[in-house]
Design a protein around this ligand. Structure first.
Ligand SMILES: C[S@@+](CC[C@H](N)C(=O)[O-])C[C@H]1O[C@@H](n2cnc3c(N)ncnc32)[C@H](O)[C@@H]1O
Length: 187
């Protein structure tokens, strides 16, 4: 099983499912680092038009299980976050993808996200904390709560929940997860 086949077996993030249930007015979204598309496909199946962005060509996974009428709501863009042009949207989702950006690039990206969001638009994302097993990996940026609040200082932070637990990766490797789950809103 490769990484994307592993991701493809995962359900959409529960926090997103709850958010969409409570915010049915969301019509357009961007999924940054969509992977195999668990969140993209959930949004599409709930009537949202999604621009899904990933540096890897994940078209095969995104199309899997979508009806023709649903595929019309999908716009996949293969790009690095640095280069991607973000369309205007009601919602930006970025789960398990921002930690793979360097801190400077994150500052630029967050500013680009704010620019793209419609007034009162939402930004749902997560960050790894300093106790995460991957903090030792130089390719992963782990942040503390203060750093996240500083990064999102131009947003209204509606929720910032810290969760620590032992668990597994999509490839079934054991790992300690230290994750901050954020719901922020463009002011
Ligand atoms: C761990 S996966 C998470 C995928 C998906 N969000 C999910 O939760 O299932 C991270 C994804 O982000 C993408 N990614 C990471 N850094 C990126 C970058 N700088 N530009 C574009 N895509 C990136 C990777 O290619 C990968 O598909």
């Amino acid at each position: 099983m490769n990484f994307y086949e592993g991701l493809n077996k995962l359900k959409p993030h529960r926090v997103l499912v709850k958010f969409i249930k409570n915010n049915p007015e969301i019509k357009t979204a961007i999924d940054l680092g969509c992977g195999a598309g668990r969140d993209t496909k959930f949004l599409i199946k709930n009537g949202v038009n999604v621009t899904a962005i990933d540096r890897v060509d994940v078209t095969k996974f995104l199309n899997e299980g979508l009806e023709e009428e649903e595929k019309a709501r999908l716009n996949f863009v293969q790009a690095q976050f640095d280069d991607a042009v973000l369309p205007n949207a009601d919602l930006v989702v970025a789960y398990e993808s921002l930690p793979f950006c360097k801190k400077d690039a994150l500052v630029e990206l967050v500013s680009k996200i704010k620019e793209a969001l419609n007034t009162n638009g939402y930004f749902l994302c997560n960050f790894f904390g300093k106790h995460d097993s991957w903090d030792e990996n130089e390719k992963v940026t782990c942040l503390d709560k203060d750093e996240i609040e500083e990064l999102l200082k131009d947003f209204k932070i509606l929720e910032l929940n810290e969760i620590e637990k032992d668990g597994e990766t999509a490839m079934h490797q054991t790992k300690h997860w230290h994750v901050y789950w954020v719901i922020a809103q463009k002011q």
